[in-house]
Design a protein around this ligand. Structure first.
Ligand code: UDP
Ligand code: MN
Length: 307
């Protein structure tokens, strides 16, 4: 009888050792925290961000595409890329830089390139910066955060080194996706330098979108941005031919995001001084019956059309 009870006790002991071993194994493979995951599908696409403070995540939850119209500005790009990385990393902005490289033989068309860049990034980004390659923000208080209430003109006329008229909206402008779509993007009629940004201002105004600008910046027009633009080396294409002068003074209701004509020939991911960026080789297509001035032949009579 004594032997019988001894056997039972040993069996019980063995079973309890096995059971506790089994549960220890199960517990050890469970996640450490059982807090609910607050991440969403968007975060899965995000770049790796520091996750030390939840406020940082909140700040960076919107994704910014920096759209840089570009042709023949390689030296400026070499300065721009690392500068922007340093500047935006300090603000914990979740961004990616897209260089919109115009490869066709037509005159430069900043606005159409921005339309193409927007279409390319549209589904994956929450807001865009239309960003000149030669304008570097140097005051850390210039915020690149999500412009929820209305377009945010970073290079405001009070701060831009060169342009000071009140309706100026060029240089650097942040705008969220919906707002860019509401106004049908930018006009495609502006080949050569100038006025495409002024036309865009009218689009925003007509759509009742209030333009916001930086507040409490004390650095003024000389020390808020660095404009790396030598006007002799990088000549502005101010030629006017055919009826360009008249046509580009009017609000364009014909063209925009919905009918920009182009082909993306190549997408190149590259790194410049530790900054990852994507270069799009874009061939714009010109409808010469609509905008014959996409090529100004070097005939003096055409170039000096009277006002
Ligand atoms: N740009 C370019 N190549 C050109 C003309 C313009 O890459 O041949 C781009 C570049 O991003 C530049 C922006 O368009 O910063 C605005 O042009 P620009 O600097 O000539 O105008 P500004 O604002 O100085 O009058
Ligand atoms: Mn410039």
């Amino acid at each position: 009888m004594h032997n019988y009870w001894q056997k039972i006790v040993i069996k019980c002991l063995l079973i309890s050792i096995f059971v506790s071993f089994f549960f220890t194994c199960i517990i050890s493979i469970l996640p450490i925290s059982t807090d609910e995951c607050v991440c969403n599908a968007k975060d899965n696409n995000s770049k790796n961000l520091p996750n030390t403070e939840s406020s940082i995540w909140k700040k960076s939850e919107h994704k910014l595409a920096i759209l840089v119209p570009f042709r023949d500005r390689f030296e400026e790009l070499l300065t721009f890329a690392p500068h922007m990385k340093k500047f935006l990393d300090k603000q914990n902005i979740n961004y990616h830089i897209f260089i919109l490289h115009q490869t066709d033989k037509f005159r430069f068309n900043r606005a159409s390139l921005i339309n193409v860049g927007f279409i390319y990034v549209n589904k994956n980004f929450d807001y865009v910066a239309m960003h000149d390659v030669d304008l570097l923000p140097i005051n850390d208080n210039l915020s690149y955060e999500y412009p929820d209430t209305g377009p945010f003109h970073i290079s405001s006329p009070d701060l831009h080194p060169r342009y000071h008229y009140p309706t100026f909206i060029g240089g650097i402008l942040l705008i969220k996706r919906d707002h860019f779509i509401i106004v049908n993007g930018m006009s495609n009629k502006y080949w050569g330098w100038g006025l495409e940004d002024d036309e865009f201002y009218v689009r925003l105004k007509e759509a009742n979108l209030k333009v916001y600008r930086p507040k409490n910046i004390s650095t003024g027009i000389h020390n808020t941005f660095k404009h790396i633009h030598d006007k002799n080396h990088r000549k502005r294409d101010m030629a006017k031919c055919f009826n360009q002068r008249d046509a580009t003074r009017k609000r364009d209701r014909q063209t925009g995001l919905n009918n920009v004509s182009y082909k993306i020939d190549e997408v190149v991911n590259m790194t410049i001084s530790n900054t990852h960026l994507t270069l799009l080789n874009i061939a714009l297509i010109c409808d010469k019956s609509l905008t014959p001035w996409c090529e100004c032949i070097s005939n003096r009579t055409n170039l000096t059309q009277k006002n």
